[in-house]
Ligand binder design. Structure first.
Ligand SMILES: [Zn+2]
Length: 271
């Protein structure tokens, strides 16, 4: 009897281990076409954590544990297929044609610029929110600050933010959007080193200047990266193309991190 029970227990343990392994595997292979890949979003909140004050960190920890900033930053990407949050489906990006200006009413406000500003507004006025709503708005802020600083999430309409541009990379077919979501970071072996140097060397006065503005002005900054994104000499992604893109992507991640940190300090300064 005892032997039978322990065999059953072993089978149960093996099954649990198998499921755990499958989960880890799924996490590692899942790629997102909904913004910077996981590495990009994690980098942004890491930079932001560097700039938030102790009191901001303490205030945020009431809503988000200090060690789950990473998970919070990608929460919006993990909602795909979840009907409850279907209303957020278009919040990750905005497409604006070359000669047009941004308008807050694009997609009836269901766009990254309007929703980022809205999350910041909601958090400033959090007296009207439940703790659950504060947590939700923080997750939206963490994620959309990242997405807004991805040039193909602030791209043109004609090719749906690079989704319709086919390119060849390492002998395989990709779309340009995917190159800028993940490959531009994953192919840059120095990106962590370069960003941490930037974090260390940027003076406070410059940081304050970087952090000024709102989602509409940050959108304009991100759009200035589009000529680099479209500087394709052929349909093949070359080493030169990637090398030109690397510092641009590093800078955008840095801007997003600084802006997130300072915005959080500003939101939680009062109360
Ligand atoms: Zn996204």
């Amino acid at each position: 009897m005892n032997i039978l029970l322990s065999t059953k227990s072993i089978k149960l343990i093996i099954e649990k281990l198998r499921l755990a392994l499958l989960f880890v595997l799924l996490l590692s292979i899942s790629t997102s076409s909904f913004g910077w890949g996981r590495t990009g979003h994690h980098t942004i909140v890491d930079i932001a954590q560097n700039y938030v004050t102790k009191s901001t960190l303490d205030s945020i920890s009431k809503y988000i544990e200090n060690d789950s900033w990473h998970a919070s930053s990608t929460w919006m990407d993990e909602l795909r297929g979840n009907k409850q949050f279907d209303y957020m489906r278009k919040w990750h990006y905005v497409n604006v044609d070359k000669d047009k200006a941004f308008s807050p009413s694009i997609e009836n406000g269901d766009n990254v610029v309007t929703q980022l500003d809205s999350a910041i507004f909601n958090l400033r006025n959090r007296r009207n929110l439940t703790p659950e709503q504060v947590t939700l708005n923080l997750k939206v802020l963490f994620h959309l600050m990242g997405d807004l600083h991805n040039p193909l999430h602030a791209g043109y309409g004609f090719d749906r933010g690079g989704n319709d541009v086919r390119v060849v990379f390492k002998g395989k077919s990709f779309n340009l959007h995917r190159i800028w979501d993940t490959e531009i970071i994953e192919t840059n072996q120095y990106f962590e080193e370069n960003i941490s140097t930037k974090v260390k060397n940027t003076k406070r006065r410059k940081l304050k200047r970087i952090a000024k503005g709102n989602a509409t002005t940050w959108f304009i900054d991100t759009r200035s990266a589009l000529p680099t994104v479209y500087a394709l000499s052929s349909d093949t992604i070359t080493t030169e193309y990637l090398e030109q893109g690397h510092p641009v992507a590093e800078n955008l991640l840095f801007l997003a991190g600084v802006r997130l940190g300072y915005t959080l300090n500003d939101i939680f300064r009062k109360y």
